[in-house]
Every structure is written in C-alpha cells, then in structure tokens.
Design a binder for this molecule. Structure first.
Ligand code: ARG
Length: 258
C-alpha cells in the first residue's frame, strides 16, 4: 500500500474520456468502455437476459454477488458472456456450478458473495483475462480512487445499456458510511462503501456482482469490492455498498483453490 497511483489512474481515465465524447453513464459515470478495457468483466445472464455482473478470477471461476442468485440458483439457466458489448458478446460460456456463501441470508446484504464455475475454461487474451485478488491482510486507504464497471441501469430504474459503462468512485471509510445520515450502522465488516457523499456517480440495478477495482503501483488491477447494494442510485449520502473482497479472500481459496 502507500504507492497507489491515484494520480496516474485519474490521468488515464481523463485521457480516456477526452478521447471520446463523454456523456452520462452508469449513473453519472465517465463513458462507455471499449473492448479489452476491463478484461475481467463478465455479464451473468439468466435465460439469456443480463442480470448481474461478475469478475473473472481464473480460467474457470467468476466471483459475483450472492443476491444475484436468490431463487435462481439453477446453473443450467445461467450463462456468462465476455466482451464490452452484451450483443454480440465476444465469448459465451455455460455455467457448471454456483456456490453461494453459506452465511448469506436474503434479504440481508451481509455475506453477499458467490462463486460461479464455468463449464469450459476461458483462454486468456489481451481482452479477456483475470483480475488480481488482494491478500486478506491488504488494507486499501480511504479516499483512493477506484473504478466500477457494468451494464447496469444508467439512472435509477432506467434501461440496460448494450455497452459496458465505467465510472470512477472513491473509497469511503466505514465510520463515515455508518453515520446516522448515511447508512446508520448498516455497514458490516464484510462491506465497503464507495462513491461520493454528494451523490451523482454510482453503480445501479444490474451492476450487482460486478467489480470495484483499483490499480497498484505497477498498474496491476486488484478486485477491492463486488457491487452489492445501495439506497436507489447516486443519491446524496447514499453511496454504493460493496462486498469487501479481502474479508473473503480465504473463503475464495477454500472453495476454488485460487
Ligand atoms: N442491488 C443492485 C443490483 O442487483 C445493485 C445495487 C448497487 N446500487 C448502488 N446504488 N450502488 O444490481
């Protein structure tokens, strides 16, 4: 820690956004992503309809949110697609196994993590490959920038875009996030808040299960969070809440060997 290249990240993202004409995305986000920008991002589809995001952590495993599978945990009906466009995807895989955290209890948001095993391995390319997982002991400083990506709604209850959206958010410390006017004590040690207390930029419905990532000093990208919940989208004092990946690092190893 310490050497996170916030400045570099902001530079990369602002150059990216200047290179395109930016408009309103992922709820106040930067812009549409391009093929290969976020190569670990997957779309999880139920009966071929996008439901949630997921992140590639090996050739055969994705990590996502447990709530994506409530009363829909039948692997046969799920597929995962890769590539920045939902239609046409650049790669599609069927799902072999879904592992929901044993302590997850709908409608609570605690332990909101699931693992999805693909029926056939994905060969990594420059545009489809895994993200790095942080060590359990890793602590990410508050206020650093991180990126969220997904095909979720562009406004609360809005439509699903075909192109992957990206936005920059800041990590918010749990004491602040647990304040009365924010989430009033609802943030557990399994959760992490990110976004802006002034509102405006956030993940939204359909982004769930997708990644919150931050680069290290070598520009290797680490999965910090999994889109989990929020009070609507992008409202002041209601930042996005993410599953804290470091808390589950050993659980991931116990289930996948990764
Ligand atoms: N639970 C939502 C979903 O199923 C995503 C919630 C994220 N909301 C937010 N405001 N950050 O897609």
């Amino acid at each position: 820690a310490g050497g996170r290249y916030d400045f570099l990240l902001m530079l990369i993202l602002s150059v990216k956004s200047m290179a395109k004409s930016s408009s309103l995305r992922i709820v106040g986000g930067l812009s549409s992503a391009e093929t290969g920008d976020w190569p670990w991002q997957a779309s999880l589809q139920y009966n071929n309809v996008h439901r949630c995001g997921a992140t590639l952590i090996s050739n055969t495993w994705l990590v996502s949110a447990a709530h994506c599978f409530r009363d829909m945990s039948h692997p046969q009906k799920w597929t995962a697609t890769f590539g920045a466009l939902l239609k046409p995807p650049s790669l599609k895989r069927s799902v072999k196994t879904i592992i929901i955290h044993e302590k997850y209890r709908y409608p609570e948001h605690d332990y909101d993590i699931a693992l999805v095993q693909l029926s056939k391995r994905v060969e990594f390319t420059s545009s489809i490959h895994r993200v790095c997982l942080p060590e359990p002991s890793e602590t990410f400083p508050y206020n650093i920038y991180a990126v969220i990506t997904g095909w979720g709604a562009l406004t609360n209850d809005g439509p699903t875009p075909n192109a992957l959206q990206e936005a920059t958010v800041k990590l918010i410390d749990s004491n602040t996030c647990n304040k009365k006017e924010v989430y009033d004590g609802d943030i557990t040690p399994r959760m992490l808040c990110a976004g802006y207390l002034e509102g405006g930029v956030d993940a939204c419905q359909g982004d769930s299960g997708g990644p919150l990532v931050t680069p290290d000093s070598r520009l290797m990208w680490y999965l910090v969070g999994i889109v989990s919940w929020g009070d609507e989208c992008a409202k002041p004092n209601k930042p996005g809440v993410y599953t804290r990946v470091t808390y589950f690092r050993d659980w991931i190893t116990s289930k996948t060997g990764i």
